[in-house]
Design a protein around this ligand. Structure first.
Ligand SMILES: [Zn+2]
Length: 424
């Protein structure tokens, strides 16, 4: 049976056809298992959403793009980034690799550079990083503030983040600024009061760096309580540099996610496994700080929901490559390819408490990464090789690799979009 005649095709629909392997991340589809794999498929898109999954070569969509047997996955959901800053820190990183330890105080270097930058420069830098992420298949980002640490500065960063995403996180409690060196509790009061009030209109989330050198458990709890009272969802930077109270505080407070989780005790795992709090691993940071890697396999065995994110930032993870994070997760965290891909898509969506992204099944936002590969294993099997052939956000083209055989056909079928623009 051949495709329907042109006259019978559904107006306004688009199909990515001839998909060799479609990863839906929806267990209701395909062969079973968390990745919900459908072979020889067509993905039908209408009004920026997934409308249907059909058999290859049989689609009734008005416009059809032949992906020539490639693997198609949900775009990566990067649930932890610090995209808005000025000043890179390559020298500091090189010094660390030469033997100096990482200290949370390095954040202050970026705070100074960010304060010196104009709004236009910050916007351009952030948009360039977002475009880099789109080329790497990241279709949704969470973006944190945290490199201003003043009321007006944090509000400016939250507003800029809001130009890139609807998942903006207020991170005034990133580190205690120098001006409050011996008065950390006063700074916490500022974060919970005036600063929160200024950032609240731009933000969906509040976050705190609960770690030695940053904020202790009591201060972190105060920040989270203030954020919750203001109607924000909760996230915690936890257990990055050593065992600590961050993970259990996140669980107690009902946070959506505890991030880093490099050091997890049995008690941490038990608490996470019995909660709705996602453990978000940031292995590019463990790589860049030459730390041990978390044992994700142990966390999964304990019933913990896991996510993978890039933690893009100038000090400890100057990468926008989720593929790199997947490769590390498979090689170093003990995850299977399937677990790592699920964590980088559906896991990220869970960490942001969203149902509309991280999957490719009817009703989801049409956020798609087309791999220049036949299976997702290649993301880890071919580390460092750019394998994202095309990225769609809300059904619109956000990135198209030059290597594709019919770029004109892709462009003709898909309305182009500004890669730096806010997501739909
Ligand atoms: Zn972070």
């Amino acid at each position: 049976m051949s495709a329907p005649a042109l006259a019978d095709r559904h107006a306004g629909t688009l199909a990515l056809d001839n998909i060799g392997l479609l990863v839906t991340c929806d267990q209701r589809h395909g062969e079973g298992g968390p990745l919900g794999i459908v072979r020889e498929a067509a993905l039908v898109i209408e009004d920026g959403r997934v409308a249907a999954i059909e058999r290859a070569g049989r689609s009734g969509a008005e416009r059809i793009i032949d992906v020539e047997g490639r693997c198609v996955i949900p775009g990566f959901v990067d649930s932890h980034t610090h995209l808005i800053y000025a000043g890179e820190r390559a020298c500091e990183w090189a010094a660390r690799m030469a033997g100096e330890p990482y200290r949370a105080g390095g954040i202050r270097t970026t705070v100074a550079a960010t304060a010196a930058a104009g709004e236009r420069q910050l916007r351009e830098l952030a948009r360039a990083r977002r475009a880099e992420g789109l080329r790497a298949g990241i279709t949704h980002v969470e973006v944190k503030s945290g490199y201003a640490l003043s009321v007006a500065g944090e509000a400016r960063l939250c507003a800029l983040a809001g130009e890139l995403t609807d998942d903006v996180t207020f991170l005034g409690a990133h580190v205690v600024p120098d001006a409050y060196a011996e008065r950390a509790d006063e700074y916490v009061a500022l974060v919970c009061g005036e600063m929160l009030a200024a950032c609240r209109p731009h933000a969906r989330w509040i976050d705190v760096f609960c770690e030695r050198g940053a904020f202790d458990a009591e201060q972190s709890r105060a920040v989270l309580q203030a954020g919750r009272a203001a109607g924000l969802g909760l996230r915690v930077h936890a257990n990055q540099l050593g065992p600590g109270p961050g993970v259990r505080l996140a669980v107690q407070m009902g946070a959506a996610s505890a991030d880093h989780c490099t050091f997890l005790t049995d008690a941490d795992l038990e608490a996470l496994g019995a909660s709705q709090t996602v453990a978000t691993f940031l292995p590019a940071t463990d790589f860049a700080t030459r730390q041990p890697y978390p044992d994700a396999r142990r966390a999964i065995a304990a019933g913990v929901t896991v996510a993978l994110a890039t933690n893009t930032n100038p000090g400890t993870s100057a990468t926008t490559s989720m593929s790199f994070c997947i490769a590390l997760a498979v090689r170093e965290l003990g995850m299977s390819v399937e677990q790592a891909l699920h964590a980088a898509t559906a896991g990220g969506a869970r960490a942001l408490r969203r149902e509309d992204i991280g999957r490719l099944s009817p009703g989801a936002r049409a956020d798609v990464a087309v791999l220049d590969a036949p299976s997702p294993a290649h993301l880890a099997y071919r580390p460092g090789v750019p394998l994202i052939a095309a990225t769609l956000v809300g059904g619109r083209l956000a990135h198209l690799d030059r290597a594709l055989t019919q770029p004109e056909a892709w462009r003709a079928a898909l309305a182009s979009c500004d890669p730096g623009a806010r997501e739909p």
